[in-house]
Design a protein around this ligand. Structure first.
Ligand code: ZN
Length: 247
């Protein structure tokens, strides 16, 4: 989970439309929030990711749901209130269900709160710093073994593979193969790993945390600094750092 920066509401949710749609929902129970104009705006500010688990939700096989941070019951007056809507995957939305922070306890609305304050990663597991974090993990099942553990484990294995390959290239570079080609291969590889942990990428918080604390990554970073190749990578590391959920 990363901090999201909510955009302005779409024009289809101007004051008059919100009043009309809310009245329609209260009268009929219709899913008045299920509109492309709303979904498109939500996906845009989350970079096509679920606000809770960071899964990509822009594909046809894995489409998004409009999640109501405060549930439709009893908050029927907020069913199309922009600040109450979040883009979510099916599973997080279903798991959270009718969770009402006023009744069940405060959880994280990533469009309002920095998740770093309440959560951190320890290996493949998302852990909590406080009750807010604990309730958040439970509400959306953010350590589900059949889904998120599996994904994290695969991402970690792929990252480890890239790091080991780059470490070999760096060893060769330090041993005398200082060709421009070798140098570029190393820089591109580290850049690619850092980009995959950027805020706009799926599972950025997990990838950023894993990568930035990895001993091989830290060694590579040190060697790149010594050889003067680090400078152009620094802004990518800063981007990854901004979403890291470090202990
Ligand atoms: Zn999700």
């Amino acid at each position: 989970m990363i901090k999201l920066f909510r955009s302005q509401p779409p024009t289809s949710l101007d004051k008059a439309s919100v009043a009309t749609l809310t009245a329609e929902y209260i009268a009929t129970g219709n899913s008045v929030w299920n509109r492309q104009s709303i979904k498109k705006f939500l996906l845009k500010y989350s970079n096509n990711k679920c606000a809770y688990c960071e899964e990509n939700i822009s594909t046809t096989s894995n489409y998004m749901e409009v999640e109501h941070f405060l549930p439709k019951v009893p908050y029927s007056h907020l069913v199309v209130e922009w600040n109450n809507l979040l883009p979510s995957c099916k599973r997080c939305n279903a798991s959270k269900g009718t969770y009402d922070p006023a009744v069940h306890g405060v959880i994280i609305n990533p469009a309002d709160t920095y998740p770093q304050r309440h959560l951190y990663f320890s290996n493949l597991t998302l852990r909590y710093r406080d009750d807010v974090g604990e309730r958040m993990i439970r509400a959306c099942n953010l350590n589900s073994t059949d889904r998120l553990f599996l994904v994290r484990s695969e991402l970690h294995a792929a990252m480890h593979h890239s790091l080991e390959r780059t470490r070999s290239d760096m060893k060769a570079f330090l041993a005398g193969d200082t060709s421009f080609e070798k140098e570029q291969m190393i820089v591109r590889s580290v850049a690619s790993m850092l980009k995959s942990a950027g805020h706009e990428r799926p599972y950025a918080a997990f990838l950023a945390t894993s990568l930035l604390s990895d001993p091989t990554y830290l060694w590579l970073r040190g060697e790149l600094e010594k050889t003067g190749l680090w400078n152009k990578l620094d802004y990518l590391e800063q981007s990854a750092k901004s979403v890291e959920l470090a202990p």
